[in-house]
Design a protein around this ligand. Structure first.
Ligand code: AMP
Length: 142
């Protein structure tokens, strides 16, 4: 049974993409912990960090860095970024397809880890995705 992220990558489920290529992709979290919360995933469905080839991990983290920069550029209220990677159910991993959370932080946003994000309208996710995507394309073209 393919993971929910593989189904997204096969275009069987909707997502608000900010980037996709043959190795890595990134799209908005459907239940963002903060506005702009983005997930970076390897295209190959690999559940555990332990099994992720280092060259793919390098692509995931490089894209995560670029996305953090793009988020800061499109929203100046973002003054920090949390990266979160949950490896295994006991570490809170719910989707068995490894992914890096890129979570924008704003002064006084009150975010505490451990809770759930808020269900967000697709139009809001698409709006964030298109702003981040445009900035990301500009940055990656340089
Ligand atoms: P984790 O607990 O690290 O496995 O995180 C899984 C994340 O995937 C959660 O933040 C969910 O909100 C997110 N998620 C689940 N289904 C979807 C989906 N269809 N599109 C985007 N994000 C999703």
């Amino acid at each position: 049974m393919p993971s929910i992220f593989t189904r997204i990558l096969r275009n069987e489920l909707p997502a608000s993409f900010v980037h996709r290529d043959e190795v890595v992709a990134a799209f908005l979290d459907i239940q963002p912990l903060t506005p702009g919360h983005t997930l970076v995933v390897p295209v190959r469905e690999i559940a555990s960090l332990s099994d992720l080839p280092p060259e793919i991990l390098a692509r995931v983290t490089a894209l995560g860095q670029e996305i953090g920069l793009a988020i800061r550029a499109v929203d100046p209220s973002v003054t920090g970024i949390n990266w979160l990677l949950c490896d295994g159910p006991d570490a809170g991993q719910e989707v068995p397809h490894i992914h890096l959370h890129v979570i924008p932080r704003r002064k006084g946003d009150g975010l505490r880890f451990g809770g759930k994000g808020s269900k967000t309208e697709r139009a809001d996710l698409d709006d964030w995705a298109s702003r981040i995507e445009t900035c990301l394309k500009d940055r990656m073209a340089k």
